[in-house]
Write a protein that binds this ligand. Structure first.
Ligand SMILES: [Zn+2]
Length: 461
């Protein structure tokens, strides 16, 4: 990109940035559970409409998804910027360097209150610059709810929403500033409902759902090293009784499994279900499997990775003030006492290894080239923790997503100026995928999330 092109984007982005910062706070103040992001969608779509975007809410049969496109800008290439905005249950906290949360309410412990405005703002700025530079092409925002349960983008992909896009761009907070061209994990999750008898605990029950669920989980964990090597297992008991005097007749166990590849994840998921049923046969407890969702890890794309890396190097690392650093030091100390303060302050291009997380746009990256920028939090601030919620609501958290936003906007303009880079990214994807047919595994929660997401969250679906 030449100087005038970079400047056109820079001045457009600078006009939008203060609005983004206001929306970081607005979204943070109304943390909404996955699939119930009604206020967040209203806030983001108002922002986009105010900048000339046409908005359609509820695309692909996903009630809190949206598509925003600039009026009159239809045409090739078509760039999709993904926005996320869901919060996490139990991670409420004030924007302070100490734990204040109840552990009972939602909070932005993954920083999606940044992603929604930063990525929407990137699209607005890129579209303004494209207009000023008379560039052909279309920049859209795809509003993607329910990332945290790996449902939203999978449902959108199943509905064909990503099919018409040439590239997808996104961002997220993590522990480094940089563009990624490397995989993350594949994931599968499901809820298992164990049904037995209820009675006074002193009387005992014949069919003990809780004990069976505990034994079933322990049997699967014991089988992991030999039968399902390299599977990472996590689970929670979603409902397991209220008081020990009443044996619960229903116990719900939500399990999630990870691995580099989708195949071993699904094999382990089915193996887990078999083990649960074997244990339950012995106790007479009934087991119902309720599949939640599964997704592939990211498919790396070096062409897009480098486009984003070039943009990041023009934008530069996050511009934290001394006050920002001081707050992050206090927060790190509170969340990870005794751990030395550590914050990545450069720009690095990441191609080696595999990221620890799973993402519901993993599958999308196998059908459309997907580029992602990360921004750094201090390593003493654990992700999916009250401290991440605190930083996501504090001014010290702004510099990272602002860097990511400007870099995404610059990359989008760069791709409109150089559509040959899009063709190269698509060729790279085709070479990496080869003859495989990429289809998502249909999620099991689509109907309940479309009709009654609260029932899902209250574990009565
Ligand atoms: Zn996240």
């Amino acid at each position: 990109m030449d100087r005038s092109e970079v400047d056109a984007l820079g001045s457009a982005w600078a006009k939008v940035a203060p609005h983004m910062v206001r929306l970081f706070r607005d979204l943070w103040a109304c943390p909404e559970l996955p699939g119930m992001e009604y206020q967040s969608v209203a806030i983001l779509t108002e922002f986009l409409k105010a900048h000339g975007f046409l908005v359609e809410v509820g695309i692909g049969g996903v009630p809190t998804a949206f598509l925003a496109r600039k009026a009159g800008a239809a045409g090739a290439p078509r760039i999709g910027i993904l926005a996320e905005y869901d919060a996490l249950p139990s991670l409420d906290n004030a924007a302070l360097a100490r734990r204040t949360g109840t552990g009972r309410l939602p909070g932005h412990g993954c920083g999606h209150n940044h992603i929604g405005p930063a990525n929407s703002g990137a699209a607005i700025a890129a579209a303004m610059a494209a207009e000023a530079l008379s560039l052909p092409g279309e920049i859209c925002v795809i509003g993607c709810p329910a990332e945290e349960i790996c449902w939203g983008k999978i449902a959108l992909q199943e509905a064909g929403v990503f099919d018409g896009f040439d590239v997808l761009l996104t961002s997220h907070g993590d522990y480094q500033n940089g563009s990624l061209s490397r995989p993350c994990h594949a994931m599968a999750s499901g809820e298992f409902v164990f049904r037995g008898d209820s009675a006074h605990a002193g009387m005992g029950v014949l069919r003990n759902a809780l004990k069976t669920a505990e034994e079933a989980m322990a049997a699967f964990i014991a089988a992991l090293p030999d039968r399902f090597p390299q599977i990472n297992e996590k689970h929670v008991f979603r409902s397991a009784g209220i008081m020990p005097g009443v044996m619960p007749d229903e116990v719900r166990l939500w399990c999630s499994l990870r691995h580099r590849e989708l195949g071993p994840v699904m094999e382990a998921y089915r193996g887990m279900e078999r083990i649960f049923r074997e244990v339950a046969v012995g106790t007479g407890v009934e087991v119902e499997e309720k599949f939640v969702s599964a997704c592939r890890g990211y498919l790396a794309n070096d062409v897009l990775g480098k486009v984003l890396d070039d943009s990041l190097r023009i934008v530069g690392a996050p511009k934290w003030s001394a006050a920002d650093i001081a707050f992050m030091q206090d927060l790190s100390q509170a969340a990870s006492p005794g751990k030395p303060f550590d914050l990545h302050r450069d720009i690095t291009y990441f191609t080696d290894g595999i990221d620890y997380y799973a993402q519901d746009d993993g599958d999308a990256s196998w059908i459309v080239p997907l580029g992602r920028v990360n921004w750094a939090y201090p390593t003493g601030v654990p992700i999916h923790n009250w401290a991440w919620t605190a930083l996501s609501g504090h001014a010290a958290g702004d510099a990272g997503p602002l860097m990511a936003s400007e870099a995404l906007a610059l990359a989008a303009v760069d791709l409109l100026i150089h559509p040959d880079k899009i063709a190269q990214a698509q060729a790279e994807l085709a070479a990496r995928v080869g003859p495989q047919q990429i289809r998502v595994i249909p999620p099991g929660i689509t109907q309940i999330m479309q009709t009654n997401p609260l029932a899902f969250w209250e574990a009565r679906w």
